[in-house]
Every structure is written in structure tokens, then in C-alpha cells.
Design a protein around this ligand. Sequence first.
Ligand SMILES: O=C(O)c1cccc(C(=O)CC[C@H]2O[C@@H](n3cnc4c(=O)[nH]cnc43)[C@H](O)[C@@H]2O)c1
Length: 235
Amino acid sequence: MQDHSQSDPARSGNHNMQDPSARRVLIVTAVEAERDAVMRGLTNADGFEVIAAGVGPAAAAAVTASRLARSAYRLVISAGIAGGFDGRAEVGGVVIADSIIAADLGSETVDGFASVRELGFGTDRLETENAASNQLAEALKRAGLPASLGPILTVSTTTGSAERAAALAAQVPGAAAEGMEGFGVATAAALAQVPVMEIRAISNKVGPRDRSAWRIPEALRQLETASSLLPEVLS
Ligand SMILES: O=C(O)c1cccc(C(=O)CC[C@H]2O[C@@H](n3cnc4c(=O)[nH]cnc43)[C@H](O)[C@@H]2O)c1
């Protein structure tokens, strides 16, 4: 593959938050219902592009990477609903990632889980755009929403038992929420050297699976509210 990174400013890796040539923000959700909630919040969607990429880290990474290869963006946001860890994020609240963790990418060993980082195959943790994440969390709190910053885990299989929830909480101290796309979106963004954020409205607790207890409409409303604050926070 030809490397245009030196000749094409849009692909030079310099399109960070300050670069005037890269003004748009790409928001990646998993499903249409999440995309629609984000769009409802962004009453003026100028400067934003919102796409539903599919469920799971592979679809999220592939679709995000293909967008980033075609256009320049100043920021990429993984957004959607998620499970919240007990004592860290309540149903109806919003979590903003301070880091995005690939929580089940690694090997099981006789001594327990070993992450790709521990195995020497790369990283299991990607950092997020700090200032904007903090500002969004503060703006949410001012708007009266339960909002917090913390690590958001990406898993390929949703947690379905109290034991697994406890194991993940022990593996990642401070783990606040669990979704299925963040690390895929963040990996594509890191490759393109574009800053990333993750915003998750909590629809359910991480633990024993009980789909009837998921508060999806409420979480989508909170996702809508969080999205409505983005134009001001990112201005
Ligand atoms: O059925 C619906 O109406 C509906 C509307 C919006 C979203 C959904 C989903 O099922 C989204 C799947 C999406 O949600 C994330 N998620 C939510 N809870 C968890 C969890 O406990 N553990 C991991 N992921 C969770 C995840 O990112 C999925 O992509 C349905």
C-alpha cells in the first residue's frame, strides 16, 4: 500500500483538535437506535458525522478505519449504551471513558487471565481526549445527570454472571462500564492519530444477564442529553 502520509495533510497524523483542516467529529455507535439518539441530541449536527457501525469491536474498528482513511476528523467518539459496574455507574447515568480497555483480549492461563500487554503483543489500554472528556462530565453534572469518568471496558462477550463481573472489576481497578465497541473505535483512531472519546449511557448493571431489566429507552434519552452537550463542549 502506498504511504501518502507525508504528502497529504489529511493523513499526516497532524489532524488533532487544533488542526483547522480537520474540523469534523466522527461519532460511532453500534446500532441505529443509538445513532438516532445521538442525532436527536445534536439538534445542529453541523461538523458532526454519526454512523452505526455494528455490534462488537471488529465491526467498530473496520468501519471507523474505513471512514478515517477517506476523510479527516479532529475527534472520534465511540457512543452508545452499556452495562455499569456496581458502585461505579448507576443505571440511568452516563460514563465518560478516561481510558478504554480491551478487557478480554489475551489468554487464559492456569494463573488466570493474561492481557495482550502482559503477553507482549501490544496494548490493552488506549487513552482518551482528556480535556473534552472532563468538560463533558462536568457539563453533564451541571445538567443534573449522574455522570462519572472512569475506565470503560470493551468485551466481545457481554458479562452474564456475578463471578465474571467481579473478575473484570478485579482485573481493571475502577472499571466503570462495559461495552462492546470502544477499543475497536479507539484502535482505528490511534492508527490515524486522531484523539478519541467514549460516551456510554448505562442501560443495565454488569452481572447476571436479565434482558428484561435493561432500561434501554431511559439510556437512549441520557445518550441524547449527553450528545446535546457536545457542540458546546467541543466548540
Ligand atoms: O433493543 C433495542 O431497542 C436496543 C436499542 C439500543 C441498543 C440495543 C443494544 O442491544 C445495543 C447493544 C450494545 O449495547 C452495549 N451494551 C449494553 N449493555 C452492555 C453490557 O452489559 N455489556 C456489554 N455491552 C453492553 C454494547 O456496546 C452493544 O453493542 C438494543
